[in-house]
Design a protein around this ligand. Structure first.
Ligand SMILES: [Zn+2]
Ligand SMILES: [Zn+2]
Length: 177
């Protein structure tokens, strides 16, 4: 499920990306796992034609044991930037790590997913901090957000911001156990 003020659009970074339709503050939950998101086990993936399972692998978020989660509503389309504005806090949701203005592309850092199968690409995000060559060694466990993202860093921001996707009060406790 994608934030209602975030929408796919043509990207200067790569292909199609996700753009802010309105200015959004740090802490805004920009995507959240829901019942319409597709989750496939490693076994499920073998049941599809190769091209389809490769697509799920590429756009899905790796979970434990080779399973993938493909967020619905276009939320699989976030591009990478070395100066990203959003972070995938865990497999339940991602939030903005800084304010974005209307019309700005919302990006995340693919190195948050570096535990997945080995991959690499040449980055052309244009950020001053761009490291150009991005690669992940790949490993089975643990999920990277356990290591690379500290949810509590965003807890106060998330609690302060109006959240169309939910995320206040008790729901925040579910998202950030
Ligand atoms: Zn969903
Ligand atoms: Zn870059």
């Amino acid at each position: 499920m994608l934030h209602p003020a975030a929408s796919p659009g043509i990207s200067d970074v790569n292909g199609v990306g996700i753009f802010a339709v309105a200015s959004l503050p740090r802490g805004t939950i920009v995507w959240r796992r829901c019942d319409n998101c597709v989750e496939l086990s490693r076994v499920d993936l073998t049941l599809y034609p190769d091209a389809v399972s490769r697509w799920y692998d590429e756009f899905g978020i790796g979970l434990d044991h080779g399973a993938v989660l493909v967020p619905c509503g276009g939320a699989h389309l976030f591009n990478h930037s070395c100066s990203s504005s959003a972070v995938c806090v865990n497999e339940e949701f991602g939030c903005l790590s800084r304010d974005v203005v209307a019309g700005e592309e919302i990006t995340c850092n693919y190195l948050d997913f570096s535990f997945e199968k080995p991959w690499s690409f040449t980055c052309s995000c244009g950020a001053a901090s761009c490291v150009s060559s991005i690669s992940a060694r790949g490993s089975d466990t643990p999920p990277p957000w356990m290591k690379t993202v500290e949810p509590d860093v965003f807890r106060s921001d998330i609690a302060r911001v109006l959240q169309p996707l939910g995320g206040g009060g008790r729901l925040l406790d579910l998202l950030l156990p």
